[in-house]
Design a protein around this ligand. Sequence first.
Ligand SMILES: Cc1cc2nc3c(=O)[nH]c(=O)nc-3n(C[C@H](O)[C@H](O)[C@H](O)COP(=O)(O)OP(=O)(O)OC[C@H]3O[C@@H](n4cnc5c(N)ncnc54)[C@H](O)[C@@H]3O)c2cc1C
Length: 537
Amino acid sequence: MQTMGMPYRKSTGIKGSFDAVVIGSGMGGLSVASLLAQNGRRVLVLEQHNVIGGLTQSYTRKGYRWTVGLHYIGDVGSPATTTWKLFDKVTGGGVRWAPLPDIYNRMVIGGRRYDIPAGAAPYAAALKGYFPKEAAAIDRYLGLVRSVSKASAGYFAQKALPQSRAEDVYDRMCGDFHDYSDRLTIDVLRELTADRELIAVICANWGDYSLEPTRSSFAMHCMLAKHYLNGGHYPVGGGAAFARSIVPIIESAGGVVLHSAEVAEIMVAQGRTTGVRLASGEEFACPLVISNAGVQNTFGRLLSAQVKTTSGLDHATSQVVESYAVVGVNIGFNRPASELGFDGANIWAHPSNDFEANLEAHRRDFEAPFPWTFATFPSAKDPSWDDDYPGKATVEMYGYTDFRHFEKWSATQWMKRGEDYLALKEKIRERLLEELFRHVPAARSALDYVEVSTPLSYETFVKRERGGFMGIESSPQRFRQSWLRATTPIDGLYLSGQDVSTDGVIGALVGGVLAGSAVLGRDLMRDIRTPIEPVSA
Ligand SMILES: Cc1cc2nc3c(=O)[nH]c(=O)nc-3n(C[C@H](O)[C@H](O)[C@H](O)COP(=O)(O)OP(=O)(O)OC[C@H]3O[C@@H](n4cnc5c(N)ncnc54)[C@H](O)[C@@H]3O)c2cc1C
């Protein structure tokens, strides 16, 4: 599959000067680059991997295609939603959305199955059907989901303000939100109900924000629940549809998008950004650098230790932790989805409703069941699939794990990690396949190709040192870090992506809007009401 942009070659003479350099081509990087391009800025995007798109990238092997970190998106069911408008704005209307079926998530807790339908009323009715004695608690829960999501507006709006103004209004704009974000998910839910199974069903997709209910902020839980309240959608053509539509927008304003271009250092002189130095040694001078590489990478790896200390960033980064890690398999089947029992609903499976015990057992012993597994069926979700890949089907599947089980290989190189690592990958393959065939037994006979990933893969492909796939943890502490915003203490250095706002592709996109607003000095959220003309590739 052809990637967008161009491969970087040292000294090939990228001509002229740029208004901004963007480090990283995830949704956070591409979205801010697109918005700046739409405002007449010439942008250079530098991506270390050989594919553009970050976690939204798709790749092909042996005649199959998978997307890495995008399996469903909420709130794009109608052009009237803000999420739809945001995607439309940054892609120039280039992405089409296909709805997942009405039952879009299937929660399996200790073998018991709970189907989750799209829509607030059907969801409430389904939960009340499963837990008739808990009807009042379910109504109170859904009321809180709405209130918290409303309260989050002020929290995000202050992130678009210049630092000096934001400090004055921070407490006022974030107060209501912090009432909820300071609390743990489990504490609020236990006040509503003593039914452990109901709590488990409500939280069964906590992998969507990668932090268990006993440690996650209740606000994160609610924002996620609200995001998927009306079900899920999938971009037609998979995650690559984003890069395919955004890169031409950047290029049409004179910008350049380079892959295989690893930034080694953000150069800073007298408290101001002066440009970037690549791993090849080549430098690109630019007074404006926007990093989509994540806060830990940006402050921990791309700034010199001295700049980090003098800018007061040592303390900041110690206040946030990288999220947990997953193992995964991307699977190809030589029969179509319709013959294999794939219907487009995601499956979230847990060994029991005691999530803490499940986690603890797996942390102690890798052989213990994965605390959750997630199986998703891209070929059943994408209406364009059968035209492009007739007679074939795919599954993407993940198991939550602990990076410590992989730590001993962390200093090894991709493809050269040794026999014991390969043996472990083989075990992961077998375990995840067995779990999958429990849910879709007909698929066993059509198995054709399997590719295994581990937390170490995330360092290679998106530079996550400890495999944390959601950036920083969504704990109550995270939402108290007022420095987690697009502006930084270094003049000319901005942050974009999920760490600036929240987890997920839409979180990364909002991070891009916040970064664009900070750079241009105006609230770009307003622009989403003005659609732009589609750009043809
Ligand atoms: C397995 C999995 C499943 C997921 N499922 C979903 C889902 O269904 N729905 C959803 O909304 N979200 C999902 N997510 C989360 C979502 O993919 C992320 O939250 C989002 O894509 C993050 O975007 P980002 O732009 O912030 O970061 P990234 O996509 O990680 O982009 C950062 C980019 O910066 C590049 N980079 C880093 N360092 C350098 C450097 N030094 N030089 C140059 N480039 C650099 C990286 O290579 C990367 O391309 C999933 C994630 C994973 C891993």
